[in-house]
Write a protein of this length. Structure first.
Length: 327
């Protein structure tokens, strides 16, 4: 039995789908709200589903059956300004699960974030030494909360504190794919734009505010959610692997390249317009991200990552333009 926090969310529901397709028993801990998140789980049989306030009681009740905890639940908005709420959800709850998994000798896989790298001035190396982590400067409360927990975990491991028998923190880069439809302003450009482009509308991209990046030339490491899930399944299958790992493809692409893949997926000629970068996000805007993937490869993960063009086509044609967009 796998206990998945955030299991009704974007990445979580894709993991739940993969686990149930493997005939694994799954407990989901999440809030469903009013944004239609329940539809992310509508095709799945669950052992249980519960709210976060019931988490510890459920963990203790199912303790004998639980074989691993995957902690994906968090406030993930990079524009959220309520730092108290973010710390309560992203740090304190994570630390509670760390202690429970340590005390009960259960593996813990948890979500970190590429937002921990801030503007990327210190690079994108997933060096897990405490001194290396100390050099990173996240630029929003979300990234800082993830970084704070990474530092707590790695300090505990480095100092010889007791810890879960397996632990893995995953620094997700720009993940795209089905079941993200509840995310509102955090929805990917692919999901926001596919139907509009298919109807003949232009793609709108942000102008650059830096001379060294042309408009639309800002770059991201885009990774399909199926690859993210495959890495988590691999970790569950390889309990001797622990560590803090980047999870991107290792290859950045510009927004213009993403746009080209989108137009190809909907079968329309490219038509792009540029708009100003909103001032409320300009200060923390990342112009370049690219995961260094050597540590995950060295740990034994060998599967190739989905090329951007193929991943966008799969997402657009199988889900976004389909009658039923849910996995």
């Amino acid at each position: 039995m796998i206990f998945v926090t955030g299991g009704a969310g974007f990445i979580g529901s894709n993991l739940v789908a993969a686990l149930t397709e493997r005939d694994r028993s799954v407990i989901v801990c999440d809030r469903l709200g009013r944004e239609g998140k329940w539809q992310n789980l509508a095709k799945r049989e669950l052992a249980d589903i519960l709210a976060p306030e019931a988490m510890l009681a459920a963990l203790n009740y199912h303790k004998a059956a639980i074989t691993a905890v995957v902690h994906l639940g968090a406030i993930t908005s990079t524009s959220e300004t309520d730092a108290d709420a973010i710390i309560g959800n992203n740090f304190i709850l994570s630390h509670t699960l760390w202690r429970w998994c340590t005390a009960n000798e259960k593996p813990l896989i948890y979500a970190s974030s590429a937002a921990t790298y801030g503007d990327g001035e210190a690079g994108f190396s997933d060096d897990e030494r405490p001194a290396a982590l100390a050099r990173l400067r996240p630029r929003n409360p979300y990234g800082w909360s993830k970084h704070l927990f990474d530092r707590r975990v790695l300090r505990a491991v480095a100092s010889g504190e007791k810890h879960p028998p397996q632990w893995a923190g995953l620094k997700f880069f720009n993940v795209y794919g089905p079941n993200e439809y509840h995310k509102g302003p955090m929805l990917s450009l692919i999901a926001r734009s596919a139907a509009k482009l298919a109807a003949g509308e232009p793609l709108r991209l942000f102008r650059s505010q830096r001379f060294d990046y042309p408009d639309g030339g800002q770059r991201r490491d885009f990774i399909h959610v199926v690859d993210v899930v495959d890495v988590m399944l691999w970790l569950l299958d390889n309990p001797k692997v622990s560590g803090l790992f980047n999870l991107g493809t290792g290859q950045s692409h510009s927004w213009l390249e993403l746009g080209g893949a989108l137009f190809a997926a909907v079968g329309k000629p490219e038509r792009i317009e540029f708009i100003d970068l909103p001032q409320e996000i300009a200060a923390a805007y990342q112009y370049f991200t690219e995961a260094e993937m050597g540590r995950l490869r060295a740990a034994g993960y060998e599967s190739p990552f989905t090329p951007l063009e193929a991943g966008v086509a799969d997402y657009v044609q199988r889900y976004l333009l389909a009658a039923d967009p849910y996995r």
